[in-house]
Write a protein of this length. Structure first.
Length: 493
């Protein structure tokens, strides 16, 4: 009996030692140095794993890009902590002692297409109409026998009520749809699922930004990691338990655990060739998800000429405007409020407007289009920016698009299938698009990176136990501790 006890105790000690020292023979290749990939790599590295991160750009961060050229940190890419309470992004900021600044959406001014302010009364009246319409859509959608575009559902709700909307209220209503849905989902109502569009979870509390930019978190997560920048993976070859990532320059990296942290747009375009091909169920789910068009710009001026007592400035577009938030609308973030003296405006355009600006306009045309909005509000004599930075997610081949959303007939099941591992749980897929709960958000990317790391840690621990109790002539440990459940005449040696 004591031999059995000794065998069990020795096995536990051996496994514990292997985990503590990092499972020396265990190596992980992470493809993609965005927030999801870095989160997974950080946790695995801190657990003692041999981790290599392959990043196509000359820097890590993915859709996080903090510009430092102007003597102040300005986020041109992803910016906000959405919901500060219990948010893993907040926890990481606290862990690395990164200060945060509160965003207050009540400090906002909204302007009409001509540049005149939309009154608070009009905004309030339009918001009441918006809420009534939304409540009707929510009540009716449970009776749908088939998913339909969200705009169709709102139009049906609109047709069922008797309401007269004044022209200024119609403009304000367009802004509410833009702000509440189009900006939130980064998709037009015509592209969104009625049944699923709002099914993701949201953290409570105010939104915040990192005082030193999201790049400060990227820097903290990257500390001491083995990162190969400029290594654009073009092929992933699986041979049994071993997976090999091949970069464009011919370099290759192999491991028995791999984390694929590529953006949804890259996965949809097939920019990386998987050999053998990924399963049909995964490819279908990846393609059922929507991938938004988004573009951000940061404009540096030599003086502040805009409303400096607000944090946000909304401007309705002159063209293609619809009551459901369509049109060339723009939201400006007054970075000079958050960072006095910066003299910077950051703006985001989405959906069709982003497609036009990202694909059809050159840099000069984009700047002029933005300045036309500002001239509508502040006059024709305002100065031109002294410098402009652009994050064009529309035509960036290393991103492919902005963030994920649910179009009609898509659901959280597609996120889960996109996340599901392959190759006997050795190839893991992560990103903001692999979570049905927090898709389209930085905290979703963090949660998914953490999930993949936990899966690898768990599977490695299981493999360690399995190795110890599986007979093999190649391992002293395996030979000493043969399976306790083997039938007679199997015996312990």
């Amino acid at each position: 009996m004591w031999k059995w006890v000794l065998a069990i105790l020795t096995a536990i000690v051996a496994v514990s030692l292997r985990v503590v020292i990092g499972m020396g023979e265990k190596k992980v290749v992470v493809i993609g140095g965005g927030l999801a990939g870095l989160t997974a790599a950080r946790r695995l590295y801190d657990s003692g794993y041999d981790v290599v991160v392959l990043e196509a750009r000359d820097h890590v961060g993915g859709r996080v890009w903090t510009n430092t050229d102007w003597g102040v940190t300005i986020d041109v890419g992803a910016t906000f902590i959405h919901g500060v309470e219990n948010n893993p992004l907040t926890s990481l900021a606290a862990h690395y002692n990164l200060p945060i600044i509160k965003a207050d959406y009540s400090k906002m001014k909204v302007y009409s297409p001509s540049g005149s302010p939309i009154s608070p009364a009009s905004l309030s009246a339009a918001k009441a109409i918006y809420r009534d319409l939304r409540a009707k859509v929510m009540a009716n959608r449970d009776r749908l026998y088939k998913d339909i575009p969200l705009q169709t559902a709102f139009q049906r709700a609109w047709d069922s009520i008797d309401v007269t909307v004044a022209p200024d209220e119609e403009e304000a209503l367009s802004w509410h749809f833009f702000w509440e849905i189009v900006q939130d989902q980064i998709a037009s109502l015509d592209d969104l699922s009625t049944i699923e569009f709002d099914a993701s979870f949201a953290y409570q509390g105010h939104d915040y930004i990192l005082k030193d930019g999201m790049g400060s978190l990227i820097t903290a997560l990257s500390q001491d990691l083995n990162i190969k920048v400029g290594c654009k993976v073009v092929e992933v070859v699986t041979s049994g338990a071993v997976m090999t990532a091949v970069c464009e320059d011919g370099k290759s990296f192999s491991a028995t655990q791999m984390v694929v942290a590529l953006p949804l747009g890259v996965m949809q375009k097939g920019s990386v060739k998987f050999i053998p091909q990924l399963p049909t169920w995964k490819r279908r789910s990846v393609h059922r998800l929507g991938c938004s068009a988004a573009l951000k710009m940061a404009l540096k001026f030599d003086k502040v000429f805009w409303d400096n007592d607000v944090q946000f400035i909304g401007k309705l577009g002159r063209t293609n405007r619809t009551v459901y938030g369509g049109g060339n609308h723009i939201e400006f973030i007054n970075m000079n409020y958050f960072k006095p003296g910066s003299k910077v405006l950051v703006l985001e355009v989405d959906v069709d407007h982003a497609v036009v600006m990202g694909l059809e306009y050159n840099h000069t045309q984009r700047v002029e289009a933005v300045m036309d909005h500002l001239r509508d509000i502040y006059g024709k004599d305002i100065p031109m920016p002294v410098d402009v930075k652009t994050a064009n997610f529309v035509n960036d081949p290393l991103v492919g698009c902005g963030f994920s959303y649910w179009p009609p007939l898509a659901s959280g099941d597609d996120n889960l299938e996109a996340a599901r591992s392959t190759n006997s749980h050795r190839m893991h897929f992560i990103g903001e698009y692999t979570t049905p709960h927090f898709y389209g958000n930085l905290h979703g990317a963090i949660a998914e990176g953490d999930r993949a790391a936990r899966d690898i840690l768990t599977s490695t621990l299981f493999e360690a136990f399995k190795d110890l109790f599986t007979p093999s002539s190649k391992s002293v440990h395996k030979k000493r501790f043969s399976p306790m459940w083997c039938p007679s005449p199997c015996q312990l040696n």
